[in-house]
Design a protein around this ligand. Sequence first.
Ligand code: FDA
Length: 393
Amino acid sequence: MLPSHDVIVLGGGAAGLMCALTAGQRGLRVLLVEHANKVGKKILMSGGGRCNFTNTGATPANYLSANPHFCKSALARYTPADFIELVERHGIAYHEKELGQLFCDVSSKLIVKMLVDECSAAQVRIDTQCQVHAVQQVEGGFRVDTSQGHFAAPSLVVATGGLSIPSMGATGFGYELAKQFGHTVLPLRAGLVPLTLSGKHQERLQDLSGVALPVEARHGKQAFRNFMLITHRGVSGPAILQISSYWQPGEELKLDLLPGQDAHAWLLEQQAQRPAAELKTVLGDALPRRFAQRLCEVWLPNRPLRQYNEPQLREVSALLQAWPLTASGTEGYRTAEVTLGGVDTDGLSSSTMMSRIVPGLFFIGEVVDVTGWLGGYNFQWAWASGHAAGMAV
Ligand code: FDA
């Protein structure tokens, strides 16, 4: 079978579009196959409709992977500044929200339009609503059988993403394809996801649903300082989403409820200033009042501050700075932003994303075992890995 294209990219998300436009700009004949009715659906829904398209502070330390070194090469060769340059060239207005997170001023639609316009300019053919039935290695490359015909190319790029938000077109296709070609797929689990509580843990907090407070969520050496939100089912908010990627079932998280403060020194000061005030009143000035009250009903003894001796105040402050949270699980792929695990990077070249097992086969984006923190890091990985493969196909 004669090759119909130089490259076939499977999946028209962030990574696939970036790879296709990069290869197209090099003069290659690129076919991008997308099974949904349009490309870039996750980009459209990202960042509350404004797409947090990168993070100016992105470094390899912001990514989880069995091999933390794997992402270094691609991230170094396509940086946030490179993507910002593209965004500015298309006249898309953006702003920094916090911690280097860049968002569109108007709409994520502009990012998808930019990528599609770049693909058009580079003569990339995009086939949407195209179902892939089978992929085979043939002499000189790969044959892809789809609902819109048979295609062949010497290079095949798998950019079909992870399992999160199945309603948006997410499938396990890329993982299956990786296994078909002899790659190892590391265990998959939902990341950047709300945590659920059950039993007494849920009963103690359920009626506080809607209460939000700044915390530092900790797991081992990892800590994230941001907001936690109590929900009907458990806990969410950016601090929880971040730490969820590090949490494993059965493990306990610790939350500092007075982040950045020395709780013991603060309590001693309060004791000196208002000895007759009850603990729940004092805590109610530093924490949401209902939450402070619940702490003093369940976890802490409540009495006037003058009635606490030094060791007792120390115990109170220890609990405030390492409040234990026992989650029963996560809300799963239905609400997760990302999928942890994926195609083992041991089987891929870190500079090109090409398979070490099957030459000409590439894996990019979320399907690979590289997962970023919340805050634009995942798109930066999609752009960087897509660019690396686009330059190498
Ligand atoms: P992506 O999922 O984008 O694309 C895969 C594509 O392949 C999809 O178009 C899919 O339909 C297609 N596909 C799947 N199976 C196929 C098959 N068998 N045949 C053909 N096509 C197939 N990140 C960030 O940095 N900033 C943010 O603001 C957000 N916000 C955000 C919000 C929400 C609600 C979610 C769920 C996720 C985010 N993310 C994010 C994460 C980010 O969206 C994600 O990491 C990237 O989209 C991953 O890019 P990929 O191209 O790898 O997969």
